[in-house]
Ligand binder design. Structure first.
Ligand SMILES: Cc1ncc(COP(=O)(O)O)c(C=O)c1O
Length: 487
């Protein structure tokens, strides 16, 4: 693409490219980084031969904990097996060496894949239109909330519709995204079954004393307690009656897909976490992907560019006057989309349904085993995950959930999510995922059983764990506050 064209596109905001301007003087490195961050002398790097360097880095890589080496029962995160065929697809030259500024003519293949993936996600979600731009679940939520605002603005109600209602069982990013988008965030309590309290919701949907109205209700379903919101259709009805939109956090879709569709439950906007449900790598900060799907009436508001098809040719269209604009540079994390597409194609309809059934089966199997050791916070059938409460256990032994999580590392297991959701005291949240064997789940339950015995017999052993990891208990707050980025 000629440079003049790039500049023109860049000026129009159609490409996020920063071209070097010859008249801008280059700043000295000290100015850019801050003089006090510059080294006064070269780092003391050892002069060593290649085998030593290779062994050093291979050993370091072996310290890495990942789904490819260990079980990863991190609740609310779905750390499941990432089939290697996904990686092979993403590394094909035709995908890996594409440049986002190539002419549309030359990228018909990836545009076709993206369009197809959008269609598949709409089918799975029961929705009408989709954007792949979100780079993570939280960014999907952000896009969804921009859509909420754009819709109310379109109806001339933007000034009044300022409140977002978020049940306390929603994922923590939901209220954060709503606040980030400038909305007032209000909490809706759960009932004793861990699901949304409908009476409290009905009350919250009324205008407040300042006359401010709800803009949307954000529901995570299944919620972060692993419960399916059985009254979701009623929640949708109440929300719509109050003139608000229903946002569905679909990041936990591996417990639902193939069985039910959020679109049929009455939601208007939903996001997917490709890096959770559709088996693409996750963790270490990404890159992830949080596509957003909407019902037809919200399609004109989706971010640009939108992939359009005309006589078999695909193109990126920016001609969307009602669009919320561009939310991510270029077209989202496209290679994550390639992995998700590969996963969906290799699983097929039946395979995705089996994923759901296995996710729910594994979670319930493990929950029943662990319930013999620690009480389940909200007993009864769970979906993909469940939450234990170690409140009583801590009272009896002085050993906290935190200590148990640390001791699990000595047993070769990654720690589950702890102290979340905040509504459960001494919470431990476990998501086994559908890709773990019965042997692994049994071994994990056995490790927790042993740790519970240790905690009663020798609490100090657990309270000072881990003992077998390269580093022990770190002062994480201190490390965050006094970050040292050079030695
Ligand atoms: C239910 C739910 N919603 C939203 C998110 C946020 O997704 P991300 O971490 O990709 O921003 C997560 C994260 O795992 C989640 O579990």
């Amino acid at each position: 693409m000629p440079e003049t064209l790039l500049k023109e596109l860049s000026k129009q905001g159609r490409v996020g490219l920063l071209l070097p301007e010859p008249d801008i003087p280059v700043k000295p490195i000290g100015k850019l980084l801050g003089e006090n961050n510059l080294r006064s002398e070269p780092p003391p790097l050892p002069e060593v031969d290649q085998p030593t360097v290779v062994r050093h880095f291979v050993r370091l890589s072996q310290l890495n904990y990942s789904v490819d080496t260990h079980f990863y029962p991190l609740g609310s995160c779905t750390m499941k097996h990432n089939p290697k065929v996904n990686e092979e697809a993403a590394r094909l030259n035709g995908f890996a060496f594409l440049h986002p500024l190539q002419d549309e003519e030359t990228v018909q293949g990836i545009l076709r894949l993206m369009k197809e993936l959008e269609r598949m996600l709409c089918e799975i979600g029961g929705m009408d239109a989709c954007t792949l731009q979100g780079a993570a679940g939280a960014q999907g939520e952000f896009i969804g909330l921009l859509l909420v605002r754009a819709w109310h603005k379109h109806k001339g109600e933007e000034e009044k519709r300022t409140r977002i209602l978020v049940p306390d069982s929603a994922h923590g990013t939901n209220p954060a995204s709503a606040a980030r988008c400038g909305f007032i965030v209000e909490n809706v309590p759960s009932g004793s079954d861990g699901c949304i309290d409908l009476i409290a919701l009905e009350k919250a949907l009324m205008p407040n004393e300042k006359g401010q109205l709800p803009a949307a209700v954000m529901v995570t379903n299944p919620n972060t307690l692993g419960k399916f919101e059985r009254e979701i259709v009623k929640v949708a009805e109440l929300t719509h009656k109050a003139g608000a939109l229903l946002y569905y956090d679909g990041a936990n879709l591996n417990a639902v897909m193939g069985k039910a569709k959020p679109g049929h439950m009455g939601c208007d906007i939903m996001h997917f976490n490709l890096h959770k449900t559709f088996s693409t790598p996750h963790g270490g900060g990404g890159p992830g992907s949080g596509p957003v799907a909407v019902k037809a009436f919200l399609e004109p508001f989706l971010p640009v560019p939108v992939i359009e098809e005309n006589e078999g040719k695909l193109r990126l269209s920016y001609d969307r006057p009602l669009s919320v604009g561009r939310v991510h540079s270029f077209y989202g994390n496209v290679l994550v989309a390639v992995r998700a597409y590969t996963y969906i194609m290799s699983m097929g309809k039946e395979g995705l349904l089996k994923v759901t059934e296995d996710a729910v089966l594994n979670a319930n199997y493990l929950m029943h085993k662990l319930a013999q050791i620690f009480p389940v916070a909200f007993p009864g059938l769970c979906k993909h995950e469940f939450v234990l409460s170690l409140r009583q256990f801590k009272r009896e032994t002085g050993v906290r959930t935190w200590d148990i999580a640390k001791r699990l590392l000595d047993y070769g297991f990654y720690a589950p999510t702890v102290y979340f959701p905040i509504t459960v005291e001494e919470a431990m949240m476990v998501e086994p995922t559908e890709t773990e064997s019965k042997e692994t789940l049994n071994a994990f339950a056995k490790a927790l059983e042993n740790i519970a015995i240790e905690a009663r017999d020798n609490p100090e052993l657990v309270q000072t764990a881990p003992h077998k990891t390269p580093v022990g208990r770190l002062d994480e707050a201190k490390a965050a506050r006094e970050l040292k980025v050079r030695w």
